[in-house]
Design a protein around this ligand. Sequence first.
Ligand code: ATP
Ligand code: AMO
Length: 442
Amino acid sequence: ALRTHFTGEINPEADNGQTVTLSGWVHEVRDLGGITFLVLRDRFGRAQVTLVKKKVEADLLETVKRVSRESVVTVTGTVKAEAKAPNGYELIPESITVISDAESPLPMDTTGKVDAELDTRLDNRFMDLRREEQTAVFVIRDTVQKAIRDFLTENKFMETTTSKIVAAATEGGTDLFPISYFDREAFLNQSPQLFKQMLMSAGLDRVYEIGPIFRAEEHDTRKHLNEATSIDIEMSFADHEDVMELLENMIVYIYEQVVEKCQPSLAVLEKELQIPKLPFNKYTYEQVLEIINNEIPEIEDKMQFGDDIGTQAEHLFGEYVFNKTGESHYFIVDWPTETKPFYAMPYEDRPEISKSFDMMHRMMELSSGAQRIHQHDLLVQRIMEKGLNPSGFDFYLKTFKFGMPPHGGFGVGAERLIMTMLELDNIREAVLFPRDRKRLSP
Ligand code: ATP
Ligand code: AMO
């Protein structure tokens, strides 16, 4: 076998004296004269292979001295408990095979001793991901996505997959990527919004999707991607309050699972997670305006009803909430109907505000959601008021004419969730192969 164990699976006491085979990358070779160490690295950590000059076969030592850093090797040897070694054990080798040589110089440093620029790292992402801090981010992301699936399955949600090639915009008309679709124009989908609502009419009742969304955002920021991953849910016979309750419970469950399952990765990143407290604080849009206008003097321009909450205001308000409550997560609810997409449900008694929310993290917006309009005629009216042509939405509007339950849902950006959880400086750190204004490869 090319491998009997991962490095992290070996128990110094229980496996002492056992013969095992490890495979991985040459993290480093330290030649101290009388003793040479080869540090082998795999996804789960590192193992020290120890070669004592007087005791080891000459050709084994020769192989180790010649092998270049980051080459792929297989080592079979005996486990020896050793308190001085990284995980409390070392491997006394019987055979060492170099399976694939790494050229030198390497395109970037993987030891963390040299700080590479983000661009260099992304250009050489395969190599960058060999750094344990980078591996840790994606180990945690894997746990987060599993936690979401478990949580939603437990709450009777069905995982669905909808098309990414579409004919219409959902989140406003400006930020679409057009593609050619035979002799017609089509677009990459900005959100599964219309599909997930149509599935409510189809009777699937509770659906979710974790999939790509495409947004032709022109700006180059630390929190925008042109291809992001959205965690979308839609639920029937529910209002915006039900949806918010599900969302805050989901976020807490995710944090709990990461704390429970990802301690080694959190330690690598030197992070201690604080599990958010339930229920999340709620501020109405109008309360936010009042606080911004009266209690946050750094914001010079007074805000008026209908204004969007800009980046600076969002940030300073996040600090305000954190200082007041000690919590990073909170909701802003009851947004002006005009600031939200056409599908958000206006309040019956105050149609200028809607049953909508943003879930915020101190650093940025994490999620938007709402109760949706489920009445056909009102929806048509809202589409027209947005300056859109209802005939482009026939396939969607039709599903509102033959029995549509009241429903609501949300979308959470997976990368923003990871970024805020791990306090990453740049959203690109949370994507394997990010797409931004300048980057189309790798
Ligand atoms: P030993 O008596 O175990 O051979 P040493 O103290 O005589 O060790 P060297 O053999 O020259 O020293 O080792 C050089 C360095 O490597 C020392 O700093 C030592 O602490 C360290 N070292 C020795 N053995 C191990 C081991 N098995 N794992 C990790 N570090 C070790
Ligand atoms: P919205 O447009 O707010 O809502 O998107 C939902 C969430 O997706 C993430 N997100 C992004 N992340 C990185 N880069 C981007 N360019 C980007 N754009 C969006 C954010 C955001 O909060 N259909 C609604 C959701 C719903 O109502 O169910 C929607 O798409 O975290």
